[in-house]
Design a protein around this ligand. Structure first.
Ligand code: SGN
Ligand code: CA
Length: 516
């Protein structure tokens, strides 16, 4: 509106000029979309039915995808929690924001997405897992879990207190998120981050889902008994095999166990188990004991060994993991219902993602860290009825460092120059982009460390992946993802792949230099 027209309108109306200005400013602000950013912990795409319906039905995540956009080629840049979260906050690779592994502190002096949104007039809040050691900044309100947090009757930290809340973590986080939405300042657009603890280890389901999948056999990945032949030694040197490295008690809920018969590994697991199980109330403990009793007794009678024992462990692991996912899906349903009731659905972008993927038995593993697909491929679903095209984005390689610039772009904020990711807003709108990255860079650093995954970096294009293990190893892997989606045939020494290898190695060198 031109200034002269505005003054004419203001004087003609019964409102004063300053009231008109306030009204206009307010209208401008409310036109900017609200943003709800939901991030789970270790949630693999294979455990969301709109990506793959062989394991679990997730009707609310599917609803979000149907009403919005599912992104198929979305990757993290370092498949572990703190680095990934720092990349999402800053739009930068680990090497630039400095959180290369879970032991590093996030430097609070760095500009982050919530701070920029806050400065632009958004009301900001964070509810759930944080895991960055230094206190969150850029949030008007926060309620975080200390470190990894607990599933049952968890502790919380807000700006001034540390306290315990009764109940199951996913339900508490959801109701707190909805409470915050109800009490927010309605004059401002909002940015709400809901960061679940689920589906992180040790996969403790809510009481209402304890019997989900009981008496069912879930499908076993075809690489479950992988022998790691022709791969680099890193694949066999890891310590994240379900068969060998999970704990019978802490991970697999085989309780009660006579501790005198346990080896050192299981003694450690039992100590962890006692610390988490002791958080339950007596009533909760009774329900848990009853829920697992019959199967645990049967297990003890059978005295399984070898592959049968490994498969029993897989079934127990995958069921408990998926039971925690069922709570995440329920939580999303409650939040979407609230948005509908409050009339917010059309004005609110809902983003669902995870900090990285997870192995659900592929190669015999749990956990993540490796540059293999189940670990780096991360779910991403975005719904915005008022602005984005519906459907599936499967043609472009997107990264977690793209989230911050995309959200800034959508919120009308200038993207700072030190951001390394790119806004994919145009892709979400169904528009063509003239140039987009043809390959992605990955770097994992946390070794020595839990699960003993060796340091490595690599490059992935739509068809190929080249990985270099360094530090205490010097070994390469090359996979043809079209012919070998399970990544079990290393083509690095195959002469047929000589030219592919050279192109990828050159590009990887360039990326090392560009990314720093
Ligand atoms: C804990 C887990 C590990 C997991 C890391 C990192 N062990 O140490 O299995 O890899 O967190 O996970 S546990 O006994 O404490 O459950 S991350 O998602 O935070 O990076
Ligand atoms: Ca994680």
């Amino acid at each position: 509106m031109k200034r002269r027209e505005f003054i004419k309108l203001a004087t003609a109306s019964s409102l004063t000029l300053s009231q008109q200005l306030a009204h206009l400013a307010c209208r401008h602000k409310t036109r900017r979309p609200n943003i709800i950013f939901i991030m789970s912990d270790d949630h693999a795409s294979r455990a969301i039915s709109c990506y793959d319906d062989t394991l679990i039905r997730t009707p609310n995540l599917d609803r979000l995808a149907q009403e919005g956009k599912r992104v198929d080629l979305f990757f993290c840049t370092n498949a572990i929690c703190a680095p990934s979260r720092a990349s999402i906050l800053t739009g930068q690779y680990s090497s630039r924001h400095g959180v290369v592994d879970n032991s590093q502190e996030f430097k609070p002096s760095q500009a982050t997405l919530p701070e920029l949104l806050q400065q632009a007039g958004y009301q900001t809040s964070l509810i759930g897992k944080w895991h960055l050691k230094t206190a969150p900044i850029g949030f008007d309100y926060y309620l975080i879990l200390p470190d990894q947090g607990d599933y049952y009757n968890p502790e919380f930290i807000d700006k001034s207190h540390r306290f315990q809340l009764p109940g199951y973590v996913t339900s508490i986080l959801t109701s707190r998120a909805i409470d915050w939405l109800k009490s927010r300042d309605r004059q401002k657009p909002f940015f709400l981050c809901l960061h679940h603890k689920a589906s992180h280890r040790n996969w403790m389901p809510d009481i209402e889902f304890l019997s989900l999948f009981r008496d069912q056999e879930l499908p076993v990945p075809k690489t479950f008994f992988d022998d790691y032949q022709n791969r680099c030694p890193a694949a066999s040197l890891q310590e994240m095999r379900i068969a060998d490295h999970s704990y019978l008690t802490y991970d697999l809920k085989l309780f009660p166990l006579d501790d005198k018969q346990l080896n050192d590994h299981e003694q450690t697991g039992l100590a962890y188990w006692n610390s988490v199980f002791s958080r339950l109330t007596d009533d909760q403990k009774k329900i848990w004991e009853e829920a697992y009793r019959e199967e645990n007794e049967e297990f003890k009678r059978k005295k399984l060994e070898g592959p049968d024992l490994a498969l029993w462990k897989y079934q127990r692991y995958i069921k408990d993991y998926l039971r925690t996912v069922a709570s995440i899906d329920k939580s999303l349903g409650q939040l979407l219902d609230y948005l509908d009731q409050a009339g917010l659905s059309d004005s609110t972008i809902v983003i669902y993602t995870s900090d990285q993927g997870f192995f659900l038995g592929e190669h015999g593993w749990f956990d993540k860290r490796f540059m293999y697909e189940p670990s780096i491929k991360t779910p991403l679903i975005i719904r915005y009825p008022d602005g984005l095209e519906k459907g599936v984005e499967k043609d472009h390689l997107l990264l977690n460092i793209d989230l911050a610039p995309t959200i800034m772009d959508v919120a009308g904020i200038d993207i700072p120059p030190d951001i390394q990711g790119s806004s994919f807003k145009r892709l979400l709108q169904g528009m063509k982009v003239s140039s987009w990255r043809e390959s992605i860079y990955y770097h994992y650093y946390e070794y020595p460390g839990v699960h003993s995954v060796r340091r490595h970096y690599g490059i992935r294009t739509k068809q190929h992946k080249l990985i270099h293990y360094y530090n205490d190893l010097d070994c390469w892997e090359l996979f043809d993802l079209e012919k070998d989606p399970d990544e079990v045939v290393n083509q690095f020494s195959n002469p047929e792949y000589q030219s592919v290898k050279e192109v990828l190695q050159n590009r990887l060198e360039e990326m090392h230099r560009e990314i720093g």
